[in-house]
Design a protein around this ligand. Structure first.
Ligand code: NAD
Ligand code: DAU
Length: 339
């Protein structure tokens, strides 16, 4: 198969590119990525040396570019990772989230319709379900949970999901959607909680914890997310939504303490700061459907995944030191100075 991966120079997309190249020697992979602040060509360095991989720089919302790419490449499957992905940035400036996450998804689906692509897979998020209360640990997000987004980011992802469902029903486009919980692992951009803890703690800088630190996220090692998407594009049923998660809920403060312990850094680095507006309290995925129907199971336990991730950041300092030395400094100032 020829698989077009959008957003393949970002965190999960790049891990998925490597997953495909390693596990499906018969497949070829084309990556479309606009190399925004979150995309990094050095992330794809090893893939670029592989004959089965092609990189194209471009915006998923650029209709002419996308059409000519489809005309040339005729992919069998499209996996749409490309997105503006950071909640805090969406709170500062929602506009780009709508252009990329909603309009970009529409452009990609229109191309799939025109070129009769065999599958369009939309990589969505558990955040489209809103949040769960802390005092109801018995509740989980299922595929039937109503959409109830809290941030401009999650609203844009929810909009794209609704559009993808409509393209399936109205035009018969073979769409699948996956909604995964929080990922962590190699190539995670340092603005997100776990790599932020690692990169700042290594420099003995403070770790900003929003609010009380009691918010709960459901963490999944990125390779487990990749294996789930891989199964869905090969065995999933068009028109279906699949939740992905590993029943691994942790409070933010627990996550911070676990990572600091792994690094051998003191908890005195922790600094409580002003909360994120509209901060979701708890995410918790029920992954029963993908387990039952496609036989997917996560394989990496949290402690093991955190140890692997910390090791990766220690062994790949050049990757993240370059990122945090540039424009990222201005971002950090703007985002955290008044907290
Ligand atoms: P990321 O921010 O690390 O990477 C996004 C990539 O998309 C970057 O390479 C960027 O250059 C590219 N991109 C952005 N706008 C583009 C555009 N207009 N055209 C082409 N390329 C563009 O994001 P991530 O964390 O890897 O998330 C990938 C996808 O997975 C997103 O759709 C996100 O909503 C979803 N998701 C993420 C998580 C998570 O925990 N990170 C969990 C569930 C779902
Ligand atoms: O649940 C899936 C989602 O997970 C994805 O759809 C998003 O793309 C991804 O960014 C992630 O969203 P979160 O908002 O949960 O991730 P983030 O790493 O930004 O924050 C995780 C938690 O940590 C959240 O409760 C906010 C808190 N936090 C975050 C940062 C960056 C802090 O306390 N301090 C921080 O500096």
């Amino acid at each position: 198969m020829k698989i077009l991966v959008t957003g393949g120079a970002g965190f999960i997309g790049s891990n998925f590119v490597y997953y495909l190249l390693k596990n499906h020697l018969e497949d070829t992979v084309v990556c479309l990525d606009d190399l925004t602040y979150a995309g990094n060509l050095s992330t794809l360095k090893e893939a670029l040396e592989n004959d089965r991989f092609t990189f194209v720089k471009g915006n998923i919302a650029d209709r002419d570019l996308v059409d000519s790419l489809f005309d040339r490449e005729r992919p069998d499957v499209v996996v749409n990772f490309a997105a503006e992905s950071h909640v805090d940035r969406s709170i500062l400036d929602p506009g780009l989230f709508l252009t990329t996450n909603v309009m970009g998804t529409q452009v990609m689906m229109d191309a799939c319709r025109r070129y009769k692509t065999g599958r369009f897979h939309q990589v969505s998020t558990d955040e489209v379900y809103g949040d769960l209360p802390l005092d109801r640990p018995d509740l989980f997000f299922t595929e039937q949970t109503p959409i109830h987004a809290s941030s401009p980011y999650s609203a844009s992802k929810a909009s794209a999901d609704l559009l993808a469902g409509a393209y399936h029903r109205t035009y018969g486009l073979p769409v699948t959607i996956s909604r995964c919980s929080n990922n962590y692992g190699p190539f995670h951009f340092p603005e997100k909680l776990i790599p932020l803890i690692i990169t700042r703690a290594l420099a003995d800088e403070t770790i900003p914890v929003y609010g009380t630190g009691e918010n709960v996220r459901d963490w999944l090692y990125v390779e487990d997310h990749c294996s789930a998407i891989d199964l869905i594009i090969r065995k999933g049923t068009p028109g279906e939504v699949y939740n992905i998660g590993g029943h691994n809920e942790r409070t933010n403060i627990d996550v911070v303490k676990t990572v600091l312990a792994e690094l051998g850094k003191p908890e005195s680095l922790i600094t409580y700061v002003t909360d994120r507006p509209g901060h979701d309290m708890r995410y918790a995925i029920d992954p029963a459907k993908i387990g039952r129907e496609l036989g997917w199971q996560p394989t990496t336990r949290f402690e093991e995944g955190i140890a692997k991730t910390v090791r990766w950041y220690l062994e790949h300092r050049e990757w993240w030191e370059e990122i945090i030395s540039g424009e990222y400094r201005n971002y950090y100032e703007k985002m955290y100075a008044s907290r």
